[in-house]
Ligand binder design. Structure first.
Ligand SMILES: [Zn+2]
Length: 43
């Protein structure tokens, strides 16, 4: 299980949305959370 970077919910790695940012792999519960997170950090 990994924690969503945006809403902190736990999701199985196999179902997590993965985004590579600054050389790190970030995990999210959904594309929506990924979008919100990237928007929040200025992308
Ligand atoms: Zn989320």
């Amino acid at each position: 299980m990994v924690s969503c970077m945006q809403c902190k919910v736990y999701v199985p790695v196999s179902r997590a949305v993965k985004k590579t940012f600054g050389g790190n792999t970030l995990h999210f519960c959904s594309e929506d959370c990924a979008r919100q997170f990237l928007k929040r950090i200025g992308h």
